[in-house]
Design a protein around this ligand. Structure first.
Ligand code: GLA
Length: 524
């Protein structure tokens, strides 16, 4: 392997290019070509077309909108009980009574205007489109602090991520105390005398933190595990399920990731001890796999907050078949992706096998988007610039969009660079992910390590990813017969945001090595 210095010369943008001045090992020249043009100065409203909430619960939604500030926001048919801040575009208030509320959002600035529909669906379903946000794990591991989380929230807004729909700012493991930890400040009593879970000194004021996140129109997430200890050995929720659920709600959290660690032996009937971290040697029954999630799911339902429930038990017991039934809004379908980053294609294709089990409010979760500055799952070291080829990073985001996975970025927000932001923030690609049908794409195998991923969209069009896993650029063809369609279709390249023309019978395009061309095909 040849060592080269990646400098701004390799990057086709100049702003913030110094971020890339890192020595990394690569075996070919890196072409950080930016696919997507910069957003226009006139407003462009993004975000899902539907948003779910439970009646009478607090409501919070920041209208994702690109364009030069100041922007003046207004909403036609805003339900009673909701208020819009016309300058920030943040809607607050109380979710209206059960029903569907069709609104039209308008945004105006000195350069132009835009409008977009948004339907609030008040009922018992959350996450009607895949949750989007950030999670600290792959950047900060057991180093996470309140300050870093606030900074991530600030950056979600200032980087433009919130303007394309990123919303959740999620704390992962290591916010509580541990019986032992590398940092002695994180060692302390696990609970107080009343059994309330205690934070470590790096999180002095959880409610203050969530208030801060909410003040930006964003939402806050927290993590726990059903065992006595979490995966990194911090306080778990075992035998405090209801108490912790109430605590998370009273701290103002909107999202709970619930792991499995240190629960394995308990699940199959073993005894809980704080030291016991094993997965147990007896395979749990289906009911045993389900129990901790069913229990937490039921407690979450009794709270006066909307808390999106993310199951993190690695796909055991074919969780895609029952994750929704126990109250889950999403469930991890496999191991930590940190161990399999070079296998993103396989992981995405594997997820399509469970495609029929996901639907609005219930999503398969193949783990986070790990690009930019990230650590590896093993070792919990400081983040480094990913070695993943730029073309593959576009493929990664395309795959996660086509399979309608949650879009949770897990890199270092303080080191976001123009290339990484370009991969994360193309609203036309994200729109495929957020499509209200919630369909997971279908794979059509092609010659030469190529494949198509095809996803039906609510407007009758199709999103198609043309993927090339090979080491050379190659032509890939979409044949109308494979898609069971006929007639003329307009083909729009979503990454480049360009119409390629009107095509009949087939569309052929060169796809970069280990990369993607992602198109939307609409009936003429
Ligand atoms: C597991 C999860 C990760 C992360 C860690 C925290 O490995 O899969 O996403 O939450 O635990 O310890």
């Amino acid at each position: 392997m040849k060592k080269i210095l990646i400098t701004s010369a390799f990057i086709l943008v100049t702003a913030m290019a110094g971020t890339f001045a890192q020595e990394v090992e690569v075996n070919n020249k890196i072409n950080y070509e930016i696919y997507t043009p910069a957003p226009k100065p006139s407003p462009r409203i993004n975000g899902p077309l539907v948003y779910g909430g439970k009646p009478e619960h607090p409501f919070l939604y920041r209208i994702p909108c690109q364009g030069e500030r100041p922007i003046q926001f207004s909403i036609k048919n805003l339900p009673a009980g909701l208020n819009l801040n016309a300058v920030t575009g943040i809607i607050t208030g109380i979710v209206p009574s059960k029903g569907e509320y069709d609104m039209v959002i308008k945004a105006v600035n000195s350069k132009g205007k835009d409008q977009r529909k948004l339907k609030i669906i008040s009922g018992d379903k959350l996450a009607l489109t895949p949750p989007m946000g950030w999670n600290h794990w792959y950047a900060h591991y057991d180093r996470i602090t309140d300050k870093m989380v606030r900074e991530a929230a600030d950056l979600m807004v200032s980087s433009g991520m919130a303007d394309v729909g990123y919303q959740y700012v999620n704390i992962d493991d290591c916010w509580a105390n541990a019986p032992k930890a590398t940092d002695s400040l994180r060692v302390g009593p696990l609970r107080d005398e009343q059994g309330n879970i205690l934070t470590n000194p790096y999180f002095p004021d959880m409610l203050g933190l969530t208030n801060y996140i909410h003040s930006q129109g964003l939402k806050a997430g927290i993590y726990s595990s059903p065992g006595p200890l979490t995966c990194t050995g911090f306080t778990g929720t075992f035998e405090h399920e209801e108490q912790d659920a109430r605590q998370f709600a009273s701290w103002g959290f909107d999202f709970l990731k619930y792991d499995w660690c240190s629960y394995g032996h308990i699940a199959s009937g073993g005894k809980a001890t704080d030291k016991e971290m094993s997965w147990g040697d007896k395979k749990p029954t289906l009911a045993q796999y389900q129990h901790p999630y069913r229990q937490m799911g039921a407690y979450l339902k009794t709270l006066n907050r909307d808390i999106v429930f993310n199951l993190c038990q690695y796909g055991m017991g074919e969780v895609w078949k029952w994750g929704g039934e126990v109250g889950g809004n999403s469930w991890r379908t496999g191991d930590d992706l940190g161990f399999e980053l070079d296998r993103i294609f396989d992981v995405a294709i594997k997820n399509t096998k469970y495609r029929t089990y996901q639907k609005p409010g219930e999503w398969n979760d193949p783990d986070y988007i790990q690009i930019g500055w990230i650590g590896s799952a093993k070792g919990m070291g400081a983040p480094k610039l990913t070695k993943m080829l730029p073309s593959m990073q576009y493929a990664y985001m395309s795959l996660w969009s086509l399979i309608a996975s949650p879009l949770i970025y897990s890199g270092d927000m303080t080191k976001l660079d123009p290339f990484t932001l370009n991969v994360l923030c193309n609203p036309e690609v994200i729109e495929v992910n957020q499509d209200v049908l919630g369909e997971c794409g279908l794979v059509i195998q092609k010659p030469d390590s190529c494949f198509l991923m095809v996803k039906n969209l609510a407007d009758g069009s199709k999103a198609v990813g043309l993927f090339n896993r090979g080491k050379e650029a190659t032509d890939v063809v979409v044949d109308w017969t494979e898609l069971e369609i006929s007639g003329k279709y307009t083909v729009r390249d979503l990454w480049h945001q360009k119409n390629r023309g009107l095509f009949n019978h087939k569309y052929k395009v060169q796809v970069p090595a280990q990369g993607v061309v992602m198109v939307k095909m609409s009936r003429k």
